[in-house]
Design a protein around this ligand. Structure first.
Ligand code: TYD
Length: 134
């Protein structure tokens, strides 16, 4: 089973341009409790390097691109986020790293819960231990 799971956002385009609408229970498979976005990422900087115990997320680069690495403790896969019409589903207990942001990259993230630092696992060895121990 691949760690890379997409959700497609059909563009509602007309002669004026494109529009994407994101709705809980439709293109987003959870109730959206929080939205945040990354922008102005300094060139050469990588982000992430954590997993969440419970949080579900969908990430989409609405502009620009970046390379996302996902790791479930057994498999590691990577993918480019480079389309405003494709969201990457990131489940709980998945280690994520984001690399190679373009200077114009704006990454929008939809999350199933409010920000909670206690939900983070920020150390990779701790993550592997928690995966192993269930
Ligand atoms: P962090 O999750 O470490 O960013 P990334 O994984 O993208 O590198 O968050 C960076 C900082 O922002 C950290 O101090 C926590 C804070 N933060 C919030 O206060 N609310 C949020 O919703 C998020 C995602 C981060």
């Amino acid at each position: 089973m691949s760690l890379i799971q997409w959700t497609s956002f059909p563009p509602l385009g007309d002669e004026r341009g494109s529009l994407v609408a994101l709705e809980s229970g439709k293109t987003i498979p959870f109730l959206i409790e929080r939205v945040y976005y990354l922008f102005g990422t300094v060139q050469g900087v990588s982000r992430g390097f954590h997993a969440h115990r419970h949080l579900q997320q969908v990430a989409v680069c609405v502009t620009g691109r970046c390379r996302m690495v996902l790791d479930d403790g057994e498999w590691r896969e990577e993918v480019w986020l480079d389309s405003p019409t494709k969201g990457l589903l990131i489940g709980n207990m998945v280690w994520r790293e984001m690399h190679d942001f373009t200077s114009d990259c704006v990454m929008l993230v939809l999350a199933s819960q409010h920000y909670d630092e206690t939900d983070y696992i920020r150390n990779y060895e701790d993550f592997l231990r928690e995966v192993k121990n269930g």
